[in-house]
Design a protein around this ligand. Structure first.
Ligand SMILES: *Cc1c(COP(=O)(O)O)cnc(C)c1O
Length: 341
């Protein structure tokens, strides 16, 4: 099969089989050899800590075919560092940066024919994950860990064009606890958010815009994406210990400063939404998904962010600029891309 056999533009965010994935196991106090596998399954003990006590952390990053034909992985080091923090947060052995790097790069190279062509809007999604594999019945961290890197091509996020969607606020659900695990990218946080997410989808919303779990006064994040807004020409985004530090958000904050915008990372009271002229959910999947309206379901208040229902100029510019860097169309001033050769 070659590239032409996939319809890149209609490809969903799903799992498409690729040629191989990579694995590495930590055992007897050290990381072993990197193995290339053509199997899509793993064989682990039925009492593994990952299965019983949620010892699992993951990452999500993308590789793109650039305007010059070269393949680029966006912010590989930042994802390696966050994976280390997530692992430490749930007492797993952190994956050394050189192993994370090598496995991501090799997984992309070995599956090069699945990297979508430049201009398709599609990309190769890289999903590293770490699991505790020691058999335990008592609650205790594992001694052995398996680190896996799988890749799969994903289609453009905005199939019907870059447009606004709506979000809801509800105080009936929390994703994480105030001093809990929200700042780590772990499967457990996602299990905890499934019911709220499904509830929001059933009502036609893209996701729940969570409030801080302690006081429920401030904005936290939008399901699996950070929240940003534009107020009086400033880029504002929540400061909170219960949100995942998004690498897309961090990149957009830099781009916003380069555009001459002031950036404020601080508590954002819910009511301040009434004063925002633009907003977006930001993350690797979409870069920036513009917000149309936010409905507070507990009191019937509707915050109309986009008056004409269209993405605003600043969010659009942020989106375009970050995309241009990932695709090699604009200078990579901060060294965010790893070029694969
Ligand atoms: C992955 C993730 C994000 C987005 O992070 P990026 O590094 O920008 O992809 C935001 N919130 C949560 C809860 C996440 O898991």
């Amino acid at each position: 099969m070659n590239n032409a056999d996939i319809d890149w533009k209609t490809l969903p965010f799903g799992y498409v089989p690729t040629d191989c994935n990579l694995r590495c196991t930590y055992r007897d106090g050290k990381w072993g050899e990197i193995e290339v596998s053509t199997s899509t399954t793993i064989d682990i003990h039925i009492a593994a800590t990952a299965l019983h006590y949620g010892q699992e952390a993951f990452e999500g990053l993308k590789a793109f075919r650039g305007v010059d034909g070269k393949i680029r992985i966006f912010r590989l080091e930042a994802n390696a560092e966050r994976m280390r923090q997530s692992a430490e947060g749930i007492l797993m052995e952190p994956v050394p940066e050189h192993i994370f790097r090598e496995m991501c790069i090799r997984a992309v190279k070995l599956n090069e024919r699945f990297v979508p062509p430049y201009g398709s809007g599609a990309s190769l999604y890289i999903r590293p994950l770490e699991i505790g594999v020691t058999a335990r019945v008592g609650v205790k961290p594992a001694d052995e860990y398996t680190f896996i890197v799988l890749v799969t091509p994903v289609g453009p996020y905005f199939k019907g064009g870059f447009k606004c969607t709506n979000y809801c606020i509800t105080r009936k659900y929390d994703r994480v606890a105030p001093c809990g695990t929200g700042r780590w990218k772990i499967g457990g946080n996602y299990a905890a958010s499934l019911a709220a997410g499904e509830h929001a989808h059933e009502m036609g919303y893209s996701a729940v815009l969570y409030l801080d779990p302690k006081e429920k006064l401030y904005l936290d994040e939008c399901g699996p994406a950070n929240f940003i807004a534009i107020k009086d020409g400033k880029y504002i985004t929540p400061k909170s210990d219960s949100i995942l530090p998004s690498i897309t958000n961090r990149s957009l904050m830099q781009i916003a400063r380069d555009m001459g915008l002031e950036v404020e990372q601080r508590h954002i009271p819910v009511e301040e939404l009434a004063e925002c002229s633009e907003a977006a959910a930001v993350g690797t999947a979409a870069v920036a998904s513009p917000v149309g309206r936010i409905d507070d379901l507990d009191n019937g208040v509707q915050y109309v962010i986009s008056k004409d229902g269209k993405p605003g100029p600043i969010v659009t510019e942020l989106y375009n600029r970050l995309n241009a860097i990932r695709l090699g169309e604009a200078p990579d001033t901060y060294g965010w891309n790893t070029i694969i050769d």
